[in-house]
Ligand binder design. Structure first.
Ligand SMILES: [Zn+2]
Length: 410
């Protein structure tokens, strides 16, 4: 068996956190004509380091193939995200006094949905986005964007070219980078001496608390606690001076970082959350190794619910062709017999098939035409938004349900 080592501290990884079998990359949507070609799957197994407690996917020999898939996600398709981004921009502009002389960099800036708020306020900004289509979409709406992966090398060269950044933003990217040490080094290289970095990522404490195993997928390399992020920051000379808990993705953290010697005073929230992590056992290996049996119980409950609907002759459709839905569907072995189709508002996904399960993706208009008895919202974190969008169907008897983190009718 291959010996795996921790991506942060290098210790051997001998403990399994979650084993979800084999799955294709969660964003590798397929065209119908691809079905007579083989589909590549990778083990979806997550380990935990018993030294620094970084929870991490196993390494693959060709991890880059995961990112060669035609990545179909555009942030701007979710109204909730747009509002989240706008309120974040207003908050940091006010708190850190950003103005026309400031330089803001966003890592994994997608289609510019966040930075366009700064462009509107004449704050100098730059997006770093590796995906060609998203980067082009950002440029098209006036957001300066560099189509690159971010790491130490790029951080050093950007700082040398244009001076350091007053603010570096990483929303839902920190958990997605393969080399988290190199990425953090890049942040330290690009940050001005009094600059601030904010990172948002799902909080591992909530993932375990609510058995959110469907947030595990290959492109999600790390599952992070505040204490582990503090260790990774410290290695690069950074410290966390504030942290907020957010409801996004079932419970996320927004950490505020700066250089160890910078003036930013440390808020009480940092020690409060570190203490809560300790009190829940996150500095002991049993916290992590006890997760797999809970995953299996949750999967069985969700599968039973769908089997019961099938037995009762109910019609079912899915909503939201998101990565987390694919983890869940593939691990549970759900195919078209239990979930005939999934609707998604993103035109780039319509007409394609979900990876692994090969469930077809249609426009949400199909829900209005077919009026199913149940609509299963796969990205359960936006269930309230979807229920509102489908209020016309709900009024005539359609039930909006989520299967994760528990079976729930909304
Ligand atoms: Zn480690």
């Amino acid at each position: 068996m291959t010996q795996h080592h921790c991506r942060h501290c290098g210790a051997p990884l001998s403990h399994i956190f979650a084993d979800l079998g084999f799955a294709p990359p969660s964003n590798a949507y397929r065209a119908p004509e691809d079905l007579n070609r083989p589909e590549t799957t990778f083990p979806l197994r997550v380990r935990v380091c018993d030294q620094c407690f970084l929870v991490q996917t196993e390494d693959f020999t060709d991890a880059e193939t995961l990112f060669s898939a035609d990545y179909a996600y555009f942030s701007s398709t979710s109204k909730g995200w747009l509002a989240h981004a706008a309120s974040y921009c207003a908050m940091v502009t006010d708190r850190f006094g950003l103005d026309g002389s400031s330089f803001v960099v966003e890592l994994a800036s997608n289609d510019g949905y966040l930075l366009k708020n700064f462009v509107a306020e004449q704050v100098h900004c730059l997006g770093i986005e590796p995906t060609a289509r998203a980067a082009a979409a950002a440029e098209a709406c006036g957001v300066p964007t560099l189509q690159r992966f971010f790491g130490k090398e790029l951080g050093v060269s950007l700082a040398a070219e244009g001076g350091g950044a007053d603010l570096i933003i990483g929303n839902n990217v920190y958990a997605h980078v393969p080399d988290i040490n190199d990425f953090t080094s890049g942040i330290a290289a690009l940050l001005k001496p009094q600059g601030v970095v904010t990172l948002e990522f799902p909080h591992l404490m909530r993932l375990v608390e609510f058995t959110q195993f469907d947030t595990i997928y290959h492109e999600h390399f790390s599952y992070l606690s505040l204490s582990t992020v503090a260790k990774i920051f410290a290695r690069c000379g950074l410290r966390i001076f504030d942290v907020e808990e957010l409801p996004t993705h079932g419970g996320s953290l927004r950490v505020f970082g700066c250089f160890a010697g910078a003036d930013h005073a440390t808020a009480a929230s940092v020690n409060r959350i570190l203490s809560e992590e300790i009190s829940r056992g996150m500095q002991g290996i049993n916290f992590y190794t006890g997760f797999q049996p809970r995953i299996e119980a949750q999967k069985n409950a969700a599968l039973q619910f769908l089997l019961d609907l099938r037995k009762d002759g109910k019609t079912v459709a899915g909503y939201g062709a998101a990565a987390k839905g694919n983890t869940f569907l593939n691990y549970a072995g759900i195919k078209r017999d239990l979930l005939p189709f999934v609707c998604d508002a993103a035109p780039a996904k319509q007409g394609r098939l979900l990876p692994g399960s090969h469930i077809p993706i249609f426009s949400p208009d199909v829900l209005t035409e077919t009026r199913p008895d149940y609509v299963v919202v796969l990205p359960w974190n936006i269930a309230a938004e979807v229920r509102f969008q489908l209020s016309d169907l709900v009024d005539t008897g359609t039930r909006v349900v989520t299967l994760m983190p528990e079976v729930k009718v909304h």
